[in-house]
Design a protein around this ligand. Structure first.
Ligand SMILES: C[S@@+](CC[C@H](N)C(=O)[O-])C[C@H]1O[C@@H](n2cnc3c(N)ncnc32)[C@H](O)[C@@H]1O
Length: 280
């Protein structure tokens, strides 16, 4: 006998909240009852979820580092593991705080900003630690940049956004003097990766997953970025990237070839090799 698909408790509550506009506490107190029009909307959303459409696209938002980011199918949904890159960058910046002041702020650059989750979070978290910061971010997708712009405005983060490829999107005035902290979670999925070809990933923009120059090993953008980032770092600056769990050796080699020093491979909270840091 065929079994009908089911939602997890958390997904069920999230879709009920979205369909009714009421918070889950109120819904639970009312035995999860929905009016007829609310139920019709809930069922439409549930059907889309059963077809593997990511919950965050159905809701239109995703939590990242304790803040709500608005998302749409034109941007990658922020991932919890990317919060590890935020932590690594903040640890470094906190140790360097004495170097920065309002008149000489930390210059932050996020390459391939997507929803803006890295640029916005780092800007706000640095300010919360009383570290003056001036932030820029780039993305190849104009639609994605519009979302990042909305998220920066909604969360109150001053981030200058530039349209174009990696650091080439930056005007000369921004490149001058270099950046103290460059972060990136670039496309790194290989074109034959089975995850890319099926399931929830297939709903996300291919340009965010495999990039504009797809390859089997997913390394094209990481290789290009290592070279470009080094050229834009200020003396003593840090470049920190996220990568796939089987790519760390290759990323370390790219950093070595580009000429970084103090190259530090790092694991995520689950113990998987997911980040590499390098300094000028
Ligand atoms: C994996 S997503 C990461 C998005 C966001 N930083 C995050 O962590 O959720 C990669 C982003 O890089 C952008 N991108 C791809 N190729 C690019 C390029 N050549 N120059 C600038 N951005 C690019 C994509 O549009 C996408 O937004």
């Amino acid at each position: 006998m065929a079994t009908s698909p089911s939602l997890s408790r958390q997904e069920d509550l999230a879709l009920r909240e979205a369909a009714s506009g009421r918070p889950r506490t109120q819904l639970i107190a009312n035995d999860l009852k929905l009016s007829e029009p609310e139920r019709a909307l809930y069922e439409r959303l549930a059907r889309r979820r059963f077809a593997d459409e990511p919950l965050s696209y159905l809701l239109g938002h995703k939590e990242f580092y304790g803040r709500r980011f608005w998302v749409s199918p034109s941007c990658l949904i922020p991932r919890p593991e990317t919060e590890g890159l935020v932590e690594a960058a903040l640890n470094w910046a906190t140790g360097q705080a004495h170097r920065f002041a309002t008149e000489a702020p930390l210059r932050l650059l996020d390459l391939g900003t997507g929803s803006g989750c890295l640029a916005v979070t780092l800007t706000l978290e640095l300010q919360a630690r009383r570290i003056a910061v001036r932030s820029c971010a780039t993305d190849l997708s104009e639609k994605t940049l519009q979302l990042a712009r909305n998220n920066a405005a909604w969360l109150g983060a001053a981030v200058q956004l530039f349209h174009g490829s990696w650091t080439l999107a930056l005007p000369d005035t921004e490149r001058a003097g270099g950046f103290d902290l460059i972060v990136s979670n670039p496309p790194y999925v290989g074109i034959e990766d089975p995850e890319f070809l099926s399931g929830e990933l297939s709903w996300e923009p291919a340009a965010a997953l495999v990039g504009s120059r797809p390859s089997q090993d997913g390394m094209n953008d990481l290789r290009e970025l290592s070279m470009q980032a080094l050229a834009c770092l200020a003396a003593g600056g840090l470049f920190a990237v996220e990568h796939g769990s089987r790519q760390q050796q290759q990323v370390v080699s790219c950093f070595q070839d580009a000429g970084f020093s103090h190259i530090t491979p790092m694991n995520d909270l689950a113990g998987r090799p997911r980040y590499v840091l390098g300094r000028l």
